[in-house]
Design a protein around this ligand. Structure first.
Ligand SMILES: [Fe+2]
Ligand SMILES: [Fe+2]
Length: 302
């Protein structure tokens, strides 16, 4: 059994990238065998349900279980629309997943493989709560600027679009830290279910956003930024609390995220792999994981 995992397909973001999604899907479908597993780790489309539906249909002939989590872009809704991110997250996206034969991991975990040797799969969007931001190196003035940037989504001329396009249908606002906390709590419940099932031998976990600092750093553009900008960016790329929750689980062998569009990988002392796939708009790839054997990447597909 192999897992084909990718993130940040951003299907339908621009007409010129549509053939790339098809090429990516084709690459996987040509290799996949019965019982293989397909996982999409968010930013699958771009806040448009039609684009998401089209993308999932590309994998109609995948010969095994398929599952996904949404990314921040999947939850975007233009402020003029009546349907906010809460409805997309809770109702619209799960509905499209069910129609397309995809398991929506934010609602429940999944078990795959032979009955006595199951592999558990858990995942969620994740979210950001500023816990990855390291403010210790900043002077008090810069610290204030960064914290204000966290409250508003605005830092100098930089603006984080989630503050504009993620909103609740009733309140018209969005509490990113609270959403991240809820995601972490639910994922913990799902992971606990899998941990306590003796038949589950190991767990694959996916989130859209970063769970450990190593998955969120390293972008070459970041090195040129002043410290306070770098701290702000790290804060909105993921959640250390999410990572701590995953680290407590003994059976998690692999955690995969996307979101930063920059590839990173590390293995911790307990031999657990933390990977950021690093797909960007013009180039994509697959992480191919075989439980007990390890993982490799496909070539970049451009
Ligand atoms: Fe993305
Ligand atoms: Fe993202």
């Amino acid at each position: 059994m192999r897992f084909f995992i990718t993130a940040d397909i951003h299907h339908s973001i621009q007409e010129k990238f549509l053939p790339l999604s098809q090429k990516l899907a084709q690459h996987c479908l040509e290799q996949a065998e019965n019982g293989d597993v397909l996982l999409l780790a968010g930013d699958n489309a771009c806040g448009d349900l039609k684009g998401l539906k089209e993308l999932l249909e590309l994998f109609d002939s995948f010969p095994g279980p398929r599952a996904l989590v949404p990314g921040n872009h999947d939850l975007w809704s233009h402020p003029d629309k009546g349907v906010g991110s809460d409805i997309l997250y809770r109702e619209s996206i799960p509905k499209i997943c069910a129609q397309a034969g995809f398991h929506y991991l934010d609602q429940s975990p999944l078990k795959v493989g032979e009955p006595q040797e199951l592999i558990g799969i858990a995942g969620c969007y994740g979210g950001f709560d500023f816990s990855l931001a390291d403010l210790t190196q900043l002077n008090s003035e810069d610290k204030e600027i960064v914290l204000e940037g966290w409250r508003t989504g605005l830092l100098d001329n930089l603006f984080w679009n989630d503050y504009r396009f993620t909103w609740n249908s009733e309140t018209k606002t969005w509490d990113h830290a609270q959403f991240s906390k809820q995601n972490t709590q639910r994922l913990t419940e799902h992971l606990n279910q899998l941990e306590s099932d003796e038949r589950v031998k190991s767990i694959v976990c996916i989130t859209h956003t970063a769970a450990v600092l190593d998955q969120a750093i390293g972008h070459p553009n970041g090195a040129q930024r002043p410290d306070f900008q770098r701290a702000w960016f790290r804060g909105i790329l993921g959640s250390k609390r999410l990572g701590s929750a995953i680290q407590k689980m003994e059976k998690v062998a692999l955690h995969v995220c996307g979101h930063t569009h920059y590839p990173k990988e590390s293995t911790d002392p307990s031999n657990r792999h933390w990977v950021n796939i690093g797909c960007d708009y013009p180039r994509k790839r697959w992480l191919i994981y075989e439980p007990g054997e390890g993982y490799r990447f496909s070539d970049w597909i451009q």
